[in-house]
Design a protein around this ligand. Sequence first.
Ligand code: ATP
Length: 500
Amino acid sequence: MAKRVLVVDDDPAQRRILEETIKRFGYSVVSAESGDQALEILQAEGQDIQLLLLDLVMPGTDGMAVLAAIKTLPKKPPAIVQTAHGSIDAAISAMRAGAADFVVKPVSPERLEVSIKNALRIEALQGELTRMKASHGGELSFDDLIAGSETMARVVELGKRAANSQIPVLIEGESGVGKELVARAIQGESDRAGKPFVTVNCGAIPENLVESILFGHEKGAFTGATEKRIGKFQEADGGTLFLDEIGELPLEAQVKLLRALQEGEIDPVGGKQPVKVDIRLISATNQDLIKLVQEGRFREDLYYRLNVFPIWVPPLRERLEDVPELARHFAARFASEESKQIDGLEPEAISMLSRYSWPGNIRQLENAMFRAVVLADGDTVGVNEFPQIAAHVEGYSVTVPPAPAPKKPPQIEGPVVLGDSGRTPATIHIPAGNGRDAVGIPALSDSGDIRPLEAIEADMIRLAFGRYRGRMTEIAKKLGIGRSTLYRKMREIGLEARIG
Ligand SMILES: Nc1ncnc2c1ncn2[C@@H]1O[C@H](COP(=O)(O)OP(=O)(O)OP(=O)(O)O)[C@@H](O)[C@H]1O
């Protein structure tokens, strides 16, 4: 979707010229003939205005009054003001009042285009910066989340209610849907805002260290405990403890967790005294916990203790209307991180991304945008920058060039086995084969048939393993899956990892 610019000018001829010029730049345009009308449009439902081009001198509510009123609105699009030749004082006052830029009438199309692009770019980065600062400072709010869809409105509503109380929350949802971000927003809107937010990925802790990591240990409590260490519960004291992938917690640790929650105090390993802790508990899972309870893999009493206030975060395919804003948000972020001049996404790319099913959810979209920004040559990101997504969306499928059948079946060398030495090959050699895709994983078998997804997935995991030298967090991030899912899949394909 093209970005929408609101032109505010009482002169009809001037308005029409500006409308036409801005449309030619590829934006959509809405017009207002007065300051009052502009404010009405800005507050109207569904009018997603991303920028204002504002005349300063108008009868009634003038440009300065509009600038002042924008500050009180929930969404504050940047404004470029138009001033008459020679009215430098007016331009300075407008900039002080928050205008992003000023242009002198009659503005040339070139100057106007640069000004609009800069204002939009700064705005995108500003938004991202606020979000990142808020997240790190434990002050993220639900307004910082991209959650415009109806299904997410329910999540936000429940999250805000949870924030007003100390009730234990269980956040459920597929991997990568944003469970941790919701947890952070609950903390950021609660009276624990700004206090520690400590995350524990229960699926990634080696079983024999769970107790020490959660509750801490005294010096000499076990072989290798050369120093006293405080555990995650104590780290989170006064703030929030976020237990991610809670379904993966070993049974023995579940007993101890339950006791800690019941008593409000913990027993550090090797410690003589229990320690009182004041934590707010939020847990998350991408598994069906009730099923785990039925299978005897999760304690029922713990389940009821954690699942007092459940919040289900829907997968991205059930809120595809959030995709355009998420995609723009990630494009702005990665453009800034990669120091690339990217002005946005082409409408065709947004339309394609909005028709994909996103099995890896927002994390997958995030990774796809990262790759796309790196690939982009021009100042916009287009369909070509998403070959993997295009291959799965009807009407965009990429054609695999036919190649002569290989003499030997194409296969991944391996399996890569990480033993105690923890050695990993720097790269895994994948011989060229029939029907290879862009990253070298063969799509077709020797006989020319499509290979099963399971086999391709296994190849991807092995490839990622080699490329990122066994760094599990990075591998999981790049593959767009949780670490515990990665461990499980590795076990399934006989790839043993040394956990560390
Ligand atoms: N509503 C949102 N707005 C902006 N960014 C989001 C949103 N939801 C998720 N993200 C981003 O998507 C990525 C994945 O989110 P997050 O880690 O919270 O997911 P998760 O469900 O906890 O994943 P996992 O189950 O694998 O632990 C993060 O980088 C997060 O910042």
